[in-house]
Design a protein around this ligand. Structure first.
Ligand code: IVH
Length: 675
């Protein structure tokens, strides 16, 4: 590292610290990083170098000395923070083989006997620490800030590969096991497709998706996300194992999920061969990996080597560089989505990247285009990183052709010509002509007819034809379509018309939550629609709800609340509901239709009062899902009063008087979980 003056170093250290803290926050808390891991590691490396050069500036609070924090902050996030018994550290990392050799040599300075390594995939997810006592899962904590983590036990039990009960021999009476919660590619793709359909920003990569999902408040939603887990570090007092690999093999025999991809290496050269073996093969794994972890295998030697403030001296991570390709930007398309958002998509000279040919890449929005200062004809770097859709990460300015022009972001909708608007708090441009912009209208029909919505037998082509013929303009028009109109369409016979009409007929029975989702209200995706349907029970109650009332509902923030209010206040919204109601669609919850999780509370009447770790509405839904009935007031018929923080004193008194059992949220969970 080039020598720089003390004053310069001080300024640069301050800058790097602030930058690193900001990126840590984006990554761990917001789950939305704005730079790649590689760029982050470069900044971190620079700060480490400067602190080594001027140790007087290396303060305790430096990001080089503590791990980024994922602690959920802010009201309503509802996780209890619990101290870690052993600090949860990070790993040193490197992109250079020379540094790996230096790591090996450093160990040789402390250790005088032969040692081996455990070589493991570095799973790209979010760290978890599980405690088992007497063979039962006691607690699950996130890494948090390394000294205390968020208690996410109630969420972790929804991950099928994490056993609640262990079986086998030699299970220590209490131990911790650490690992990674991750989202396999398939689940990640499914989730992002659903999010795109619902007008939500997709997750940047499976890591962000995993850590975002782990902190969801709704257990059912959490289960549907398809998270998985792998464990790689056993800790406890007086454990009887000689090596790390032995310990993990024992853990595997008790039923815990342990990676099958790890190998023992007897030298650093063998470890490097393992790394090289995965460099290209990792592309074919069903989950994301961002590197390889090399650990000293002998536990007594691990103890001898010990830790620095931030990471063990007995382990390090080799990080894969994201693969890049350089290619020419031919043109940019501006695509209008169902919600009117305009996305710039780059057309590229086809290029091979990590085994697939890339022809198109996302440019996200106008800000991103400006930031890259992109010109048509530029040579651009494309990266896949953790993402499915490749993105343009940079421009090779030395190759810019003379006279290259900056693209003009359209000022009008490419489909209907309406001037675009830009949301104040979002970087996206929208076509505001949602009612009549053909591409948006067709998108709304496609969404409405979709399998998760009304499940009507109409693909994109049918919708296009019906729209272009002028047979449909607004959603309720679908229910006015006649057999004659359908048969008049090219290629349609009586049979296809009848099938279509039958699916329309069947859609009248589709439950309210799916009808609500089908309406295509911005930000109201499948899950939000479910929550709203459960909380309000009918479209009339929802339409009448004020902002305060909406904000009371779990997972409903300002943006969603505003979108709902605006939709129901619009002429189009009101007209749609009233005509669809006339057509016979369901606009109320059918109380018998809730998903059943168990019969644990069958025949029981419960009253909930106070604040809980999850929203009250979610708790009530949970009670119903387990067969219980919610009631608003305590009476002789009440079986349990579930009392949270600040439970109503009047209810407590009445329960006492009537001899109604008062239970805590934890006790309720016990009752539910026993089934
Ligand atoms: S060992 C003190 N092994 O990578 C031991 N970590 O960048 C620390 N990770 O915090 C962890 N796969 O969240 C270890 N096979 C593996 C891993 C792994 C992924 C994560 C872990 C760690 C981070 C460091």
């Amino acid at each position: 590292m080039a020598k720089i003056s003390k004053t310069e170093a001080l300024g640069r250290i301050g800058f790097l610290k602030r930058e690193l803290e900001r990126h840590n926050h984006n990554y761990y808390v917001l789950n939305s990083p704005t730079i790649s891991d590689f760029e982050f590691d470069l900044l971190m490396g620079e700060l480490q170098g400067l602190e080594r050069m001027y140790p007087e500036f290396a303060t305790e609070d430096s990001p080089t000395r503590h791990v980024g924090s994922d602690l959920a902050s802010g009201p309503g996030e509802g996780f209890v923070q619990v101290p870690h018994r052993y600090p949860m550290l990070s790993l040193g990392n490197t992109y250079s083989k020379d540094e790996l050799l230096a790591f090996d040599q450093r160990i040789g300075k402390t250790v005088t006997v032969p040692w081996s390594y455990s070589c493991e995939l570095k799973f790209d997810g979010t760290a978890i620490c599980l405690t088992y006592r007497d063979g039962r899962l006691l607690r699950a904590l996130t890494r948090g800030d390394g000294t205390k983590g968020d208690d996410v036990t109630r969420n972790v039990v929804n991950i099928p590969t994490i056993p609640r009960q262990l079986h086998g021999d030699g299970i220590p009476s209490e131990f911790e096991i650490r690992g990674e919660i991750y989202m396999p590619w398939k689940a990640f793709e499914r989730l992002n497709e659903a999010r795109a359909e619902e007008g939500h920003e997709p997750f940047a990569n499976p890591r962000n998706a995993a850590s975002g999902s782990l902190k969801l408040q709704d257990p059912a939603e959490m289960r549907s996300r398809g998270l998985d887990c792998v464990l790689y570090h056993l800790l406890g007092e007086d454990l009887p194992f000689r090596t790390h690999i032995e310990a993990l093999e024992a853990a595997r025999s008790w039923g815990l999920p342990i990676s099958g991809y790890s190998r023992r290496a007897d030298s650093i050269e063998e470890a490097i061969a393992y790394i090289d073996g995965w460099d290209s093969r990792r592309e074919s794994l069903p989950f994301a990996t961002d590197g390889i972890v090399i650990k000293v295998n002998e536990l007594d030697l691990q103890r001898q080597l010990g830790f620095t403030a931030k990471s063990p001296r007995w382990a390090t991570a080799w990080k894969f560089r994201p693969e890049q390709a350089l290619t020419e930007l031919l043109s940019i398309d501006y695509q209008v989505g169902r919600t009117g958002a305009v996305t710039p998509v780059a057309n590229l000279e086809p290029v091979l990247l990590s085994g697939t040919v890339v022809k198109r890449a996302s440019l996200h929005n106008k800000d991103q285009m400006d930031l890259l200062d992109i010109h048509i004809g530029d040579s651009v770097y494309v990266e896949k990183g953790g993402e499915i859709i490749p993105k343009i990460t940079g421009v090779e300015l030395t190759k810019r052709p003379a006279g290259a022009l900056r693209p003009d972001f359209p000022t009008r909708c490419p489909d209907c010509g309406t001037p675009l608007v830009r949301d104040a708090d979002e970087a996206r441009h929208y076509c505001p002509n949602s009612a009549a912009c053909p591409i948006q209208a067709k998108g709304r029909f496609i969404h409405f007819a979709g399998r998760k919505a009304m499940d009507i037998l109409a693909g994109e082509a049918t919708i296009e034809t019906l729209y272009d013929k002028g047979f449909i303009r607004t959603l309720p028009d679908l229910y006015g379509l006649t057999r004659e109109q359908l048969i008049s369409l090219e290629g349609w016979q009586e049979k296809s018309a009848d099938n279509f009409l039958k699916s329309l007929e069947d859609s009248r029975k589709v439950p309210f939550e799916r009808v609500l989702y089908a309406l295509g209200i911005r930000h109201v995706g499948e899950q939000t629609a479910k929550t709203l349907a459960r909380s309000f029970g009918s479209v009339d109650a929802l339409a009448a709800a004020g902002k305060e009332e909406l904000l009371q509902v779990e997972d409903i923030g300002e943006t969603v609340a505003d979108a709902i209010i605006a939709w129901f206040a619009s002429d189009n919204g009101r007209d749609t509901v009233s005509r669809l109601r006339e057509a016979g669609l369901q606009f109320e919850v059918d109380s018998g239709s809730q998903t059943r999780l168990s019969d644990a509370l069958e025949g029981k009447t419960l009253v909930v009062s106070g604040n809980f770790s999850i929203a009250r509405e979610a708790l009530k839904a949970l009670i119903e899902a387990h067969g219980g009935r919610n009631s608003g007031s305590v009476s002789g018929k009440t079986d349990y009063l579930v009392a949270g923080e600040k439970a109503g004193p009047e209810k407590l008194r009445k329960a006492e008087k009537l001899g109604v059992r008062v239970i805590s949220e934890a006790e309720l969970n016990d009752i539910i979980e026993k089934r």
